[in-house]
Write a protein that binds this ligand. Sequence first.
Ligand SMILES: *Cc1c(COP(=O)(O)O)cnc(C)c1O
Length: 376
Amino acid sequence: MPSLDDFARSKLAALDGALLRRRLAETVREDGLWVRRNGRRLLSFSCNDYLNLTHHPQVKAASIAAVERYGAGAGASRLVSGNHPLYAELETRLARWKGTESACVFGSGYLANAGIIPVLAGEDDLLLADELSHACLWAGARLSRARVMTFRHNDIGHLEALLAAHRGDHAHTLIVTDGVFSMDGDLAPLRELSALARRYDAWLMVDDAHGLGVPGDGAKAEIDLQMGTLSKALGSYGGYLCAAQAVIDLVRTRARTLIYSTGLPPASVAAAIAALDIIEADPELAARPLAKAQSFTRACGLPLAQSPIVPIVLGEASAALYASRRLEEEGFLVVAIRPPTVPAGTARLRLAFSAGHPDDEIARLAECVRTLVPRP
Ligand SMILES: *Cc1c(COP(=O)(O)O)cnc(C)c1O
């Protein structure tokens, strides 16, 4: 198969040349904060484990108990025989948490978006997406075969212009956006988006994968489709959609990524339920990551953080890789984010703050960042 090898090698050489090749680095997460990598212990600012629940004793115990009771795997798709009893409990809890009639759990957030969008939009429909929407919203958009148009990031005026010009030509219109933007940490204007959706008879779908621990106005906005993940603040694995009963019933019977993919391991579902128990019992916990991020942005003289995610845009991939290496020498894991995850010329450090990050370490990180990236 020499032509296939040649193909792969020349692709890799081009990526190497542009400093855009990615490699897997073995990482041992010791707890919700510290990792071991390349023989060193580092404080991680590159995990989405905002509440440090991946290693919480109650979450781990629930996971282990589920393995003992229901086994390691689900055995089949949820629609065949993989719908173990923990699913109903989790879906009820998620719906109550988000204030919707019902919920449906998927294998991951990516699978959720790739499955939901094609159920709701087809060839005759229009899909309007914020230009910084997460990769899996684009995957769902492509699979839907709807006409896809992008609006400028958080630009309500641009979205309204697109609706005014094109809404009438399509049977249905779906607006999709991240709630908290995963690489920028800023928030979508949900109330304005939902008002616009109502006005133009469009449906609004918000990907709230990073939404927990953020004082956004999402709760007050009318959002038809609230999608999210179990894999970030909840410390487990899986994705979900919260919506009206009829919508969930339709998704359950039509979403290909639900029908043709095996159900989640029972341990993942049990862990997510245990994580919800912890969050509901301690309402202040979810506010802590944002407070930590804001203490960092204050110390660094950066714009005040709107979410636990703080980007430090450096431009070229080489600059981001260099800064990341220097921080690693100082004992911090801050992974460089490069195109195509972010637009060309905006390679960056992306810091994710969690409830448990020690304040003295945040202060030391701020000092290192200030030396590394002098502010004008
Ligand atoms: C991480 C993420 C996803 C994917 O969720 P997984 O459960 O990890 O597949 C979807 N959307 C956004 C905005 C994300 O940040």
